[in-house]
Design a protein around this ligand. Structure first.
Ligand code: TYC
Length: 152
């Protein structure tokens, strides 16, 4: 026999237990002989009612929750110089920036003519790693090839 039932719910929106408790004792009178098992369908409905209410009421973001910002992208810009062999630049573009042979040649010539050129756009960590890889290969080959990164 159920005299009182207190339902405490976890809010599906914010994953926190609601401060409020809901009593369903009024709906079932003491002498009905109901067991908890008999109440299950009712409880399911009751739970859906409360959760849909909770969803509506918690649509607004809690005050202390920080807005998620999309990470910015960064361009890697390869700079021309008068000493790095063209073949070396093409190899770098293929190995580090995954350009095919045609695109790598086209880009290299473009940079050779214009002084600089965008060779890729990535999240900061990746842009920085690729820049370091270029500089490290250039150092090993003793050529002055450089690149810089700029925020998009
Ligand atoms: N200008 C170089 C040469 O004539 C080739 C070169 C192209 C170097 C692009 C750097 O980013 C560069 N050998």
């Amino acid at each position: 026999m159920i005299t009182e039932l207190i339902v405490s719910l976890t809010c599906p929106c914010i994953g926190e237990t609601c401060g409020r408790q809901y009593s369903v004792c009024d709906t079932f009178d003491d002498d009905s002989g109901n067991t908890l098992f008999d109440l299950l369908p009712f409880l399911q409905n009751f739970y859906m009612f409360i959760t849909s209410n909770a969803m509506e009421k918690t649509k607004a973001r809690p005050k202390n929750e920080k807005k998620f910002k999309e990470p910015r992208d960064y361009r890697v810009i390869l700079l021309n110089d008068n000493y790095t062999p063209m073949d070396f630049v093409v190899e770098v573009l293929r190995m580090i920036f995954h350009k095919d042979e045609l695109e790598a040649n086209r880009l290299m010539i473009d940079i050779h003519r214009k002084g600089k050129g965008i060779v890729g756009q990535y999240p900061f960590d990746i842009a920085q790693t690729k820049t370091n890889q270029v500089h490290s290969l250039a150092r090993q080959a003793e050529v002055p090839l450089r690149c810089v990164i700029e925020e998009v």
